[in-house]
Design a protein around this ligand. Structure first.
Ligand SMILES: NC(=O)C1=CN([C@@H]2O[C@H](COP(=O)(O)OP(=O)(O)OC[C@H]3O[C@@H](n4cnc5c(N)ncnc54)[C@H](O)[C@@H]3O)[C@@H](O)[C@H]2O)C=CC1
Ligand SMILES: O=C(O)C(=O)COP(=O)(O)O
Length: 529
């Protein structure tokens, strides 16, 4: 009986998430609000972790997560996950990139109106019995210019809503194409122009080295006198001390933050500043968005843990639930071929090429490439898997080439893996029998037909009578049972290769004796998963 994958939900999430995990065959624990130390003590037993923004998945948490295969963020921002550390450890990181975007855009729009009409303060003072009718004078948003920093999913929804209330929208986003800007009905501008022209500025970028402090003191000073600023993206995009000074001086007429540099924000310099309003990271907190992201994250995580489907992963190529079953045997074949080359290549390898032919060439190649690399690099490190293999290959300066030939060759489907070594290019190729059974069909230019599984022996010898008998006797005398025998040769009497599957590992002493048999050039023990 296979054990069920175990998932931990460590942040407050809609109960649908737990239900879906159970329905999809996972065991699930919901344990929220723990300290980092408690999470570190617990995480080792889980295959999957579902989080929002409160759980910080640090290097230390990952180091303790010995069984972890996947982290799912029920939301968009993944700055609370150490993605390089997760990738190095082979843990897939997924998010739900669209589930809460409408909701967050609506929060930004709500903030714009709250600032324009000072609703929070007017509300508080009215309820305090003041009836302060003469204390407030708002501004209309109609006809005003909204400066959008970041025009991705949320930014573009904000733009559409702002256009709906008759604002003019200018956008700064280096990745926004002119065509998309036209489609969105916004004017694409440089940051300085936006700062100069905007009556309201709203931020919708991730927090990266390029966006950190994008509204620095220097940039805030370039804004229009009386500007109003909204941040529902990430704390850290704005210099909070500078913003406070400019609210006090009146240069900034209002600021609304949903996110802070340090969260939970318990004593921000901005608290109490004039015309400052804030919410405690509520951008995604609507019933609709929370149901969306909870359902999505649970489906995605369960799909990966149960079927190997990969959706919305940030550190691995996607693989849909429909593709996964079709690609599974190919990935097995790809991994075996990579492993074969890795085990048989002693020289350093500056380049590896993966060539798909026939039916294989019609499929998503990225997962096959990742599987080849995982097999190839596993000889160097047993913690390599499909997630971290492409990163490791890059780190080690291994050039990876991908080639596709849709035309069929000798086989209806084929994967060929070639490596460039000091002694030249060497390649192995494999096909799928009945579309499901991986078979090696070519080994360094010699045609063979072998299943790569378990313990194997690879022998290169001069093709001469009597050899098969001698190797059979040697193994028999040492109690090693031969499963299958696969022989290939360039020409009669030339170089021959023998691939034997054996029921147990071949000891070093037996490998040496085999090597000493007449005509034997090379003997190597191989192992396949
Ligand atoms: N307050 C909340 O509860 C929530 C906050 N968020 C945050 O909102 C932000 C935006 O999310 P999405 O729109 O879904 O992301 P997205 O990835 O769709 O869009 C981000 C945009 O920022 C742009 N960008 C990247 N670098 C830039 C730079 N240096 N200058 C200007 N633009 C740049 C990108 O080109 C992209 O168009 C994220 O930080 C996310 O974490 C998302 C959901 C809820
Ligand atoms: O999705 C995002 O990026 C968010 O910031 C939402 O955060 P939350 O899930 O509400 O903690």
């Amino acid at each position: 009986m296979t054990t069920k994958p175990k998932v931990l939900i460590s942040d407050k999430m809609d109960p649908n998430a737990a239900r879906i995990f159970e329905a999809r065959g996972c065991d699930v624990d919901v344990i929220t609000g723990e300290t980092p130390e408690q999470l570190i003590a617990r995480i080792g037993e889980y295959d999957g972790l579902a989080i929002r923004s409160s759980t910080k998945v640090t290097k230390e948490v990952l180091a303790a997560a010995k069984n972890l295969k996947v982290i799912g963020r029920a939301g968009i921002g993944v700055d609370n996950v150490d993605i390089p550390a997760a990738s190095a450890q082979g843990v897939v990181v997924m998010n739900t990139p669209f589930g809460n975007s409408i909701t967050t855009a609506e929060h930004a729009i709500a903030m714009i109106f709250a600032l324009a009409r000072q609703i929070p303060e007017a509300n508080a003072r009215t309820q305090a019995g003041e009836w302060p009718k003469n204390a407030f004078m708002g501004v209309e948003v109609t006809g005003k210019t909204l400066g959008l920093i970041g025009a991705g999913n949320i930014g573009s929804i904000v733009a559409s809503r702002a256009l709906g209330v008759k604002m003019k929208v200018v956008a700064f986003d280096p990745f926004l194409t002119p065509e998309r800007a036209v489609e969105m009905g916004v004017e694409k501008v440089e940051l300085d122009a936006l700062l100069e022209r905007a009556d309201f500025i709203t931020l919708h970028t991730p927090l990266t080295d390029q966006t950190r402090n994008i509204l620095s003191r220097e940039n805030l000073l370039k804004t229009k006198n009386g500007v109003r600023i909204v941040n529902c993206a990430r704390g850290g995009l704005i210099d909070e001390d500078a913003l406070k000074d400019l609210l006090v001086s009146g240069h900034v007429a209002g600021a609304a933050l949903d996110v802070f540099k340090t969260e939970p924000a318990k004593d921000s310099p901005l608290f109490g500043a004039p015309n400052f309003i804030c919410t405690p990271h509520l951008g995604a907190s609507t019933t609709e968005a929370q149901v969306n992201v909870a359902l999505q994250v649970a489906e995605q995580l369960a799909d990966y843990l149960v079927n190997g489907g990969v959706t919305n992963a940030l550190n691995m190529p996607s693989l849909s639930a429909e593709e996964a079953p079709k690609l599974k045997p190919y990935m097995k074949l790809a991994e075996q071929l990579g492993s074969m080359v890795g085990q048989l290549t002693r020289d350093s390898v500056p380049r590896i090429s993966i060539h798909t032919e026939g039916a294989a060439a019609e499929l998503n190649m990225k997962p096959m490439v990742a599987a080849v690399l995982a097999g190839f690099l596993r000889v160097q490190s047993d913690t390599v898997n499909m997630v971290n293999a492409p990163y490791l290959a890059k780190e080690r300066g291994l050039e990876v080439r991908e080639v596709k030939t849709e035309r069929e060759g000798d086989y209806h489907t084929l994967i060929r893996v070639s490596v460039k070594t000091e002694s030249g290019e060497r390649s192995v190729a494999g096909t799928l029998f009945n579309n499901v059974e991986p078979r090696l069909v070519e080994l360094f230019g010699i045609k063979v037909e072998a299943e790569l599984a378990g313990h194997m022996m690879y022998i290169v010898n001069e093709d001469a009578p009597g050899f098969i008998g001698r190797i059979g006797t040697l193994l028999g005398e040492n109690g090693i049972n031969i499963g299958t025998f696969n022989l290939g040769r360039r020409e009669a009497g030339g170089e021959a290769v023998l691939l034997l599957s054996v029921d147990s590992a071949v000891p070093e002493t037996v490998l040496k004796q085999a090597c000493a048999l007449p005509g034997v050039k090379l003997v190597k023990a191989l192992a396949f998963a």
